[in-house]
Design a protein around this ligand. Structure first.
Ligand code: ZN
Ligand code: FE
Length: 257
């Protein structure tokens, strides 16, 4: 099975859409539609015809381009069944454990409630790529708009148990701000210090800090590291469950901005 061709497109102020093209079948997918014009421009540049649109969640900055792109290409729209009334143009409603395909590439649907209750992650089995929307970011995670800390933590815990060499594409480029926050939480983490340096360099060069990997996030993202003795000591929360560490971190990040 030939590898997918992938283009990450920067949209709006800090969103990402991702194009996936399967040369074998000629099928092309976009993950989230923050901006139909930007996505269309990339499709035209590559000469690709959009066949699939998948949405990670219902927020407008992830679905705004659905209807324009569907009108232009007749693409099929896949998204969370939980938000079937809030996903414009939804054709196929998905829930945890469902699957879909792009050519012969198989995608697993993983429910990751917390940012929104309907949030879905999509995992491409043969390529070890996951799309995490606004649930997991590079060095951070999404705000809890609809779920509680225990729910959101469970979702992040699922994602961190994907294979270490899984590539993570996320919904926004927040890495620099996330790095600054992470350094206040775990300043002694050498892998994090190194990563923060790398992220500053990438930003200076106007390059994306995404995608990332499961291994890198487990080593550097404080939201995936509630077991870290340094984090627990800094929070003064030694003998508590992981989700309570997560809850405290999320609260501090909300205040940090
Ligand atoms: Zn969102
Ligand atoms: Fe978003």
């Amino acid at each position: 099975m030939g590898a997918l061709e992938i283009r990450q497109i920067r949209c709006r102020s800090d969103n990402y859409a991702v194009l996936l093209h399967d040369p074998e079948s000629g099928e092309t997918m976009v993950v989230d539609t923050p901006d139909a014009k930007a996505i269309n421009a990339e499709l035209e540049k590559e000469g690709w015809k959009l066949t699939h649109i998948i949405n990670t969640h219902h927020h407008h900055d992830h679905v705004d381009g659905n209807e324009a792109l569907k009108a232009e290409y007749g693409a099929t729209i896949y998204g969370p069944a939980h938000d079937r009334d809030r996903i414009p143009g939804l054709d196929v409603a998905l829930k945890d454990g469902d699957g879909l395909s792009l050519g012969r590439h198989r995608f697993d649907v993983i429910a990751v409630p917390g940012h929104t209750m309907g949030s879905l992650a999509y995992y491409i089995c043969d390529e070890k790529i996951v799309f995490t929307g606004d649930t997991l970011f590079s060095l951070g995670c999404g705000r809890m708009f609809e779920g509680d800390a225990e729910t959101m933590w469970h979702s992040l815990d699922l994602l961190r148990h994907l294979p270490d060499d899984t590539t993570i594409y996320c919904g926004h480029e927040y890495t620099l701000n996330n790095a600054e926050f992470a350094l206040t939480i775990e300043p002694g983490n050498e892998a994090l210090q190194k990563r923060a340096e790398e992220v500053r360099r990438l930003m200076r060069e106007r390059k994306p800090a995404c995608p990332t990997t499961v291994a890198l996030e487990k080593a550097t993202n404080p939201f995936l590291r509630p077991e870290s003795p340094e984090i627990r000591e800094n929070l003064g929360m030694m003998g508590v469950e992981n989700y309570r560490i997560f809850a405290e971190l999320r609260q501090r990040k909300d205040a940090f901005g």
